[in-house]
Design a protein around this ligand. Structure first.
Ligand code: APR
Ligand code: PHB
Length: 389
């Protein structure tokens, strides 16, 4: 088989890239090691920056999002006995869209199918060959048969544990990492969200987050130990722990019900640089991870794909390679700023096991300053709605 861009991974990054390339008349094949149902079973974040929303519309996958997504003009924070709102619209003129990554992935898959996109699921042992030539190849096994795809370029959109980043020579790749000493226990339930807007809570017992997928489906998280046993978290235990961390009025009015999904996610900050080696380009979680605080992971994947699709379009339509040459630097500038924001917000909102009374004092001062300062809120809002790309 022959293609222009071989894409590894059918998460949001890989699917969005194949869709945008197709709209510009550029061929691609997406190789995914899991089944379609497995990919659609993963519950991930759900807050889209305005830049990403606009990109999805341009990619012709925004119709259901515009119909069912919830536009949020602000969100709330709570700590100690204070609860305050950050007005995103007032400070930035922008809003965010609450729409689950799972739904977005489904829309992208359907859009690819409708345009006859080539997606191979359950592709085993995907491996990159001949990366040092101008015809790199992807080899994989499917239903017991070996396949080879000869590509002009390869896009590594295969997430943190994929093969693409590991295909970079050791002396080329530099990595930077911070692992946080806790995780997030998340629950999805068919209940009315406790508030119309997202609430981030700093509580001495640990962080809590109230989010949603629709006005009848809630998504809640609480900070937990990173090695927590999920089996030990009954629904009742989860609701009690969540209520104990919420502001009184919210705890009192929260509707509870059976969980329809429950999972634990670790928190990590990670950056790999450069994001390109020869004809291999990394995008999304394959190149960087942010802790979910601030919901930047999915949005960063989208901005990488913005830069990457433009680079390919420029190459195939104009015969120019300068956007390919600047791809890594353009992405990384934005990536590091989102890393800074997510790290800062995680540091301010969580309870750290070794936290001293001084550290706690600084945390509360950060939040007090944010609650009282219009300037701090404007800066925070600018980052929350997403820096330009
Ligand atoms: N071969 C083929 N596919 C692979 C391989 C491999 N060796 N390794 C991983 N994959 C697939 C995964 O199964 C997954 O479907 O690559 C896909 C990567 O998708 P995501 O992990 O969703 O990553 P990405 O598309 O970069 O999306 C950005 O934003 O909200 C955050 O972390 C969250 O997934 C989210 C991310
Ligand atoms: C979510 O809805 O899953 C969500 C919202 C905000 C975050 C992280 C996750 O910061």
């Amino acid at each position: 088989m022959r293609t222009q861009v071989g894409i590894i991974g059918s998460g949001p990054a890989g699917l969005l890239l194949s869709q945008l390339l197709d709209l510009h008349g550029i061929e691609s094949i997406v190789l995914e090691r899991r089944s379609r149902d497995y990919v659609l079973g993963r519950i991930r974040a759900g807050v889209l920056e305005e830049g990403m929303v606009n990109m999805l519309r341009l990619a012709e996958v925004g119709e259901r999002m515009d119909r069912e997504g919830l536009v949020h003009e602000g969100f709330e924070m709570a700590f100690g006995d204070r609860r305050f709102r950050i007005d995103l619209k007032k400070h930035t003129g922008k809003t965010v869209m609450v729409y689950g990554q799972t739904e977005l992935t489904r829309d992208l898959m359907e859009a690819r199918d409708a345009r006859g996109g080539r997606l191979v699921y359950e592709a085993e042992g995907v491996a990159i060959h001949d990366l040092d030539t101008d015809r790199p190849k992807l080899r994989y096994k499917k239903d017991g048969l070996e396949h080879e795809v000869v590509c002009d370029f390869i896009a590594g959109c295969d997430g943190f544990r994929g093969v693409s980043r590991r295909s970079f020579p050791d002396d080329v790749l530099r990595t930077h990492e911070r692992v946080y000493p806790f995780g997030w226990l998340g629950v999805l339930s068919e209940t009315r969200p406790v508030s119309e807007e997202v609430i981030y809570v700093n509580h001495w017992r640990g962080f809590a987050l109230c989010s949603m997928r629709s006005m009848t489906r809630s998504r809640y998280y609480i900070q937990c130990a990173f090695d927590e046993d999920l089996e030990e978290w009954t629904d009742d235990r989860f609701w009690d722990a969540l209520r104990a961390r919420l502001p009184h009025e919210a705890a009192e009015s929260m509707e509870i019900g059976p969980s329809i999904e429950k999972s634990i996610a670790p928190l990590r900050s990670f950056v790999a640089e450069p994001m390109r080696h020869g004809r291999l380009f990394l995008a999304g979680d394959a190149a960087h991870i942010v802790p979910p605080t601030g919901a930047k992971g999915l949005n960063l994947a989208a901005s990488d794909i913005y830069y990457l699709h433009r680079a390919f379009v420029d190459y195939y339509k104009e015969g120019r390679s300068d956007l390919m040459d600047t791809y890594s630097d353009s992405c990384l500038k934005r990536v590091w700023k989102a890393e800074r924001f997510s790290w800062w917000l995680s540091t301010v909102l969580h309870r750290f096991p070794d936290q001293s009374t001084f550290d706690r004092g600084i945390q509360l001062a950060e939040l007090d300053y944010l609650a009282d300062s219009e300037a701090a809120q404007a800066s925070f809002a600018e980052n929350y709605v997403g820096l330009p790309f």
